[in-house]
Design a protein around this ligand. Sequence first.
Ligand code: 5RP
Length: 230
Amino acid sequence: MDRDELKRAAAYRAVDFVKDGMVLGLGTGSTAYFVVEEVGRRVTQGLSVICIPTSERTAAQARGLNIPLTGFDKHPTIDLTIDGADEVERGTLNLIKGLGGALLREKIVAAASRELVIVVDETKIVDHLGDHTAIPVEVVQFGWQATAAALTKFGATPVLRQAADGGKPFVTDSGNYILDCRFAGITEPALLEKQIGMTVGVVESGLFIGRASAVVIASEAGVGIMKRVN
Ligand code: 5RP
């Protein structure tokens, strides 16, 4: 199986968690894409859900599939969100998210959700969060250099993310920049999430601590479900 087939397998399995009548949060990224695809297919078969997307990209895909969309004005609580991740820590299910640039809306949607199910292929599972992946931190554009300097006090090496077409900084759906922050070693992720969050100029970080209830993982051996142990 190639990597897309693994992502599709995890995504389709996760959609089995969706029940008729739910308010559903739709994640962002190449794995969440397959979730939206499968939700769209089930909607055409009569599944009744109303969805809140985590990005303009996901909203456009959902509209194209005639998936009904709503907003927090009508539905401030979400029953279930299914989203991807860049790293999942074995056991704790702590996450790094945001390489796709949607971390702010993803965290708002996750925080409003009764349940957060993550879909990944096995390459995303790590023993220790942050050893391989930088933590994306969304910051306001004004004074981003000062915000970056402040983040170095917590051990970060921040790099301003560039747009894929080059030459200009990447700008999020909410009009902010992203600093990809490498850390030499993360010993207390919950504390680090708070420290980053309290830094002036920071909007939100891609650390998702204690939020995921289950992770659906696809590997060559099949699709498995990991639950949080604490
Ligand atoms: C976007 C995200 C994505 O969920 C994360 O980057 C995983 O994406 P992919 O499934 O394409 O690997 O957090 O902000």
